[in-house]
Structures are given as C-alpha cells and as structure tokens.
Design a protein around this ligand. Structure first.
Ligand code: DOR
Length: 424
C-alpha cells in the first residue's frame, strides 16, 4: 500500500487540480481526497509541493528488440520510460525482422509483459515494409498488436494505404503513419532549406515532402472514414492541413515530438548527427505553427519517437549516421520548458497531450486518475531547474539536449501500484 500525501493532483480527464492525498492498494487507486486516513502499513510518500499526475503515455517509441539490441532492448527501453515518468508506451514495428508476423508479435508481447509497465506494440502495415502487401491484420491483432504502422518507411502507394485504411476500419484499429514522400525528400534527416544547403552542403527534405503526402493520405482517411494518426508533424503547412481535415470531419489525429517544437534546423550546426532526425528539424516559423497547433487542439498528442542509436553509429560522418534521437527521459522537461514556462500551454494542457489524449487513441485504460482506476502515476517537480545529463537509463545517449538547462524533475513513477522509478 502506498499513501501519497499532500500532492497537487492533476487529472486531465476530469480537469481535477487539487491538493489531496491518494491511497494505492494493489494495482488500483483506492481513495483520493483530503485528509485520507493512512493505513498503518502504508508506505508514506510526501508529495508536498509536487505534481501527482497520471503516468505518461507515449504512443511512439523504438525499443529495437528483436534485432538491434546493441541500441536498446525492451528492458532498457522500459527503464528509460520509467525514468521519464512513462507508464504506457507503444513500440514501433521497425525491428529486425520487421514485426509483420503473428509469431514475432506474440514473442514481442511476451517479452514486454516481463516489464513492470504497460508496453504495447503495433505491427507493420505491409509485409516487411514492402509498401505493397498488406499484413494479416486479424492474425496480428489476435497476437497482440494494438494498431499498425510502417513508421520509418512512408507508404508510397495511395492504393495500398487506402486498402489498409479500409481493413483497419473493419477491425476498429488505427493506422499511424510517417509522412515523407521518398521521391521528394533529398537527403533524409536534414531540412531542405537554403540554410542547410549553404551551411552543410546538403540538399535535405523540404516541407513539401511531408505536407504533400499528408494531404493525400488525409483525403483517403476522409473517404474511408478510417482512423488515421499522423506521426511527428514538422512542417507548418502540415498543421494547417490537419486543422482543415478535422473541420471536414475526418477521423485524423496528429502528434508532435518535443524535438520538433523545441529545436530548429540550426541545431545540426551544434549537435551534428545528434540533431539528425526524420522528419527533420525545421525553421522557427514551423515551430510556431506546431505550437499553435498544440494550443488550438489541432495536434492531439506529444510523442517522443524515442530512437536510440549507438554512439559509434552516430559518430560516423553526418551523411552516414542514422536519423533519430532518444526522448523518453527529456520529454516532460522539454514540454515544461518550451510550452508551459513560455505560457503556450497550461500544465493541464501539457499533461492532457501526454496522458489522456494518447491513451484514448488506443482505448488504453490509462492516462487518468480516479478511485478504482489504474495506479499508474508520475510524481514530479514542475519548477525545479535541472540539466539534461549525458547518460540515460536508455542505452542510447544520442540526444541533442545534453547539458541543456530545463525545467522539471521526475521524482517517482508508479505503475500498477509498484514504484518503478525513484529519483535518488
Ligand atoms: O529519425 C527517425 N528515426 N525517424 C523515424 O521515423 C524512425 C527512427 C528510427 O527508427 O531510428
């Protein structure tokens, strides 16, 4: 039994924001209220002056198992999630081999169940990301896949996506997609701008490679009435398009990553390959649009796209190094620093986009706090200044944020009533 005493309890689902006590018994929250009487055998956690919120939910992580466990394993991914305040995550299918078969999904789900937080996985939309042959959705759902994505490899064929949307719709599942037209991207991982061309001599991925594909795919979602989630928006035009399609009534949702709302393309000059990411970091005007999209609800979710790579891989020449950065252990802090502290979002709005909204997309029993609800929580200090360390619980250290001063510190993560992370 855990008795969390005197914290500022914030629940985005009900908008509750009150100093109170919370009693956890087993895997559930047993009681919430003021002056809850603490049972004698309860462990007391003093949360005075701290925020008590639902455990964070990240619907976009890469844990690299099977196949690339030198970068991350499901276990180290889980440690990283816990250290970042997350209690529910959804893994992507770009493992080696790709998660296209029921046997592999079943195996992955079994590995994930050994961890003390809720780790789900999507399966691939097409066989081995071939872009053409749809996987057996029914079998993959039975094996435990919660949705479908070819993340990392955009779907070139509109016909394939249309068929996939219809199929997903039949099974009540969502597709989440990576939008960068392979015929327009130039060199992946860098912005297709004058700035990058002149400083790095690289012809990168222009905004149009993202927004032209988003426009096409959202129209297919509109026509099929299927649920389509657009991953990591980066271009300003993409935000306007999502806003437009939502007005048309399509079941489209969108996410943004902390790196895309807090860094510009110029980060590549300082952080080199650690700032190389697909889609790329863009201009400050793109950032302002993304933030506007978060504010007006066009962008529903903040997701990390946690993408660990080894130090040796990232030390290669800029053009050779793989795209991606770790993000689980910096996400909340970047939201507090770049969104809440700058008054773009309230703390409640930030939490909504990191808990209740993402949980709803997958119908997870997560992302909220109430009596009898799941005892998945994060306790954090929203005011404390801290510095991003150069080592993480993740195997990856590929973060362009290392040594940056940020707001906020995760103090404790509780999943299914058990303490899975505690700040030493
Ligand atoms: O930069 C990226 N890295 N973007 C993706 O979509 C995939 C990810 C990875 O798996 O490394």
């Amino acid at each position: 039994m855990l008795w969390i005493k005197n914290g500022r309890v914030m629940d985005p689902k009900t908008q509750l924001d009150q100093v109170m006590d919370l009693l956890i018994d087993g895997e559930k929250i047993q009681m919430m209220g003021q002056n809850v009487a603490a049972p004698k055998d309860a462990k007391i956690i003093d949360a005075t002056g701290k925020i008590v919120a639902p455990g964070l939910v990240d619907i976009h992580v890469h844990f690299r198992e099977p196949g690339q466990t030198q970068k991350e394993t499901i276990h180290t991914g889980a440690l990283s999630a816990a250290a970042g305040g997350f209690t529910t995550v959804v893994m992507m299918a770009n493992t080696r081999p790709v998660l296209s078969s029921a046997a592999l999904v079943r195996q992955t789900v079994q590995w994930a169940k050994k961890e003390p937080l809720h780790i789900y996985t999507v399966a691939s939309i097409t066989e081995n990301f071939d872009g053409e042959t749809l996987t057996d959705f029914e079998e993959l759902i039975q094996a435990g896949a919660v949705g479908f994505s070819d993340d990392g490899v955009p779907l070139k064929s509109s016909k394939t996506l249309r068929n996939a949307l219809k199929k997903a719709q039949r099974f009540g599942k969502m597709l989440s997609i990576h939008e960068e037209d392979p015929e327009l991207v130039g060199t992946l991982g860098f912005n297709g701008s004058q700035f990058i061309a002149s400083h790095c001599k690289i012809d990168g991925a222009p905004n149009v490679s993202e927004y032209s594909m988003i426009a096409r795919d959202m129209m297919l979602a509109y026509e099929t009435k299927a649920k389509l989630h657009i991953q990591h928006l980066s271009a300003k035009e993409s935000v306007d398009l999502v806003r437009f399609i939502k007005k048309m009534g399509a079941k489209v949702t969108a996410e943004v990553t902390p790196q895309h709302f807090s860094l510009t393309e110029a980060a590549v000059l300082e952080a080199g390959s650690y700032a190389k990411v697909n889609p790329p970091l863009r201009k400050s005007e793109d950032l302002s649009h993304l933030i506007e999209g978060l504010k007006d609800g066009t962008i529903d979710v903040i997701a990390t796209d946690h993408a660990p790579h080894t130090t040796a891989e990232k030390a290669q020449a800029l053009l050779k190094s793989p795209s991606g950065m770790v993000g689980l252990e910096t996400s909340l802090q970047l939201g507090l620093t770049h969104l809440v502290d700058k008054k773009h979002l309230t703390l409640m709005e930030l939490l909504e986009k990191m808990t209740w909204n993402p949980a709803q997309l997958y119908d997870f029993d997560a992302g909220y706090l109430c009596e009898n609800g799941p005892a998945d929580l994060v306790i954090f200090d929203s005011e404390k200044s801290s510095e991003i360390p150069d080592r993480f619980a993740s195997k990856g250290e590929n973060s362009p944020f290392v040594h940056q001063k940020v707001k906020g510190e995760i103090l404790m993560t509780i999943s299914s009533g058990a303490i899975i992370y505690e700040k030493k």
